[in-house]
Write a protein that binds this ligand. Structure first.
Ligand code: ATP
Length: 392
């Protein structure tokens, strides 16, 4: 079968075991993202597939040819792979055309030039064929690197955090252009990233690699986001609110309404993870939901994060982060009601999922990352225009 088959790969650096029985299949024309926190072994797997690291356990097959197994190590240059790294790694002394032609050394010069120009055309860089890398923006260099990687028609393309050096606006355009070129090429692609949004945007399939070097979940972006198998996977997508409860009648109560307890049995103590978009705020005297006090609001651009507290007889209750549409201005609201959207709530037995990613593991936007700090720490840091008095 065309594509990549990795079977039962384990790897250790000395006593540090970084990959634990990892298997994956990427058919030709599909893109699989390996997503996980920094240091979980993503690049190691990619380097093993490339042949830049010697395999210790398992096997790697590309287009039905075993390239690594016990006692077998095919050199990188004989694996027919394309590689693209975060820093693009273009040769500074060669112009754009020279860089793309570099991987076509086995081809007649004229044919190589025609093929290189064809690839440059696909990535919209044909007009810059004579330019040198230092004359190009990061996005342009990324396009050239993609053309260079695909020019020899590799059997497998390996991308290591390919867009992380680009600014936000350029990244979206280049992701889209890259997907178009990859679809046209029909190549199997393995991309590693610690950016969940990047993985969601690019991947046909996402594989979550945990800190123990095991694959924790495989699914398409929708499945991974809406049906995370454990707490680790759920928390990869950023900010989460947590409440604990005991299952009763297959439901568990949250301050904003009950949610289905899933597989947890009655009487079990569980935690409910609620995404900020899982709490819905409405201004006014609506009948639905429970009243909450708004502690602060933070406009992030496309959305706002609002910090609210439930009310108790003793005064302020538990704090929650809520994501709302940017135009919602709860500080102006006379009264704010909150209710739950169960699609963004996940129930897990306490301790399920083991290792849990922290704020620094996540590649969320700066303001979101800041919001991940504990509500108490945030409250202390609140000053000036951010401070919003509780709505009565
Ligand atoms: P990042 O996203 O930060 O690049 P990663 O998930 O790609 O992380 P790896 O680069 O594969 O992780 O590294 C996994 C672990 O193995 C880390 O603890 C790293 O320090 C260690 N490691 C990686 N390469 C080597 C090496 N050549 N020798 C010793 N340890 C290494």
């Amino acid at each position: 079968m065309e594509g990549l088959h990795i079977h039962g790969v384990s790897h250790a650096y000395g006593n540090n075991r970084v990959l634990n029985n990892v298997s994956l299949v990427i058919p030709g024309g599909e893109l699989v993202c390996l997503l996980g926190p920094s240091g979980c072994g993503k690049s190691t797997l990619l380097r093993l597939a490339a042949g830049l690291e010697t395999l210790q356990e398992g096997s790697i097959v590309i287009n039905d040819v075993t390239v690594a197994a016990a006692e077998l190590h095919t050199a990188p240059e004989h694996r027919h792979i394309g590689l693209m790294f975060q820093d693009y790694a273009l040769f500074p002394h060669l112009n754009v055309l020279g860089n793309v032609c570099f991987g076509l050394s086995g081809m007649a010069k004229r044919k190589a030039r025609t093929r290189a120009m064809e690839m440059l055309d696909q990535v919209h860089m044909a007009g810059h064929a004579e330019a040198y890398p230092h004359m190009l923006s990061g996005g342009m260099q990324q396009r050239v690197a993609l053309a260079r990687a695909l020019a020899p028609e590799p059997r497998l393309l390996l991308l290591d955090e390919p867009f992380s050096g680009l600014d936000t606006n350029m990244r979206t355009q280049i992701r889209e252009d890259t997907l178009e070129v990859l679809r046209a090429s029909g190549v199997a692609t393995l991309m590693v990233t610690h950016d969940p949004e990047e993985a969601m945007y690019m991947a046909d399939w996402i594989k979550i690699l945990g800190r123990n070097g095991r694959i924790l979940q495989t699914g398409n972006p929708h499945e991974i986001y809406y049906h995370p198998r454990d707490e680790f996977v759920a928390r990869l997508f950023g900010l989460m609110n947590t409440v604990e409860g005991v299952v009763e009648g297959a439901k568990v109560e949250t301050p904003f309404g009950a949610v289905d307890a899933g597989a947890a049995a009655d009487g079990e103590t569980v935690q409910v993870l609620i995404r900020p978009e899982g709490i819905v705020l409405e201004s006014g005297e609506g009948e639905v939901g429970v009243p909450v006090d708004v502690r602060s609001t933070h406009l992030l651009g496309h959305s706002s994060v609002v910090r609210v507290a439930t009310r108790t007889d003793a005064g302020g209750g538990q704090e929650f982060f809520v994501r709302v549409h940017k135009d919602f201005a709860p500080e102006l609201a006379h009264r704010v009601m909150a209710y739950i959207n169960p699609a963004h709530c996940f129930v897990f037995l306490i301790g399920e999922g083991g290792d849990v990613p922290g704020a620094d593991d996540l590649n969320v936007a700066g303001a979101d990352k800041d919001a991940l700090k504990s509500p108490d720490a945030k409250a202390k840091a609140q000053t000036g225009p951010h401070r919003v008095e509780a709505a009565e």
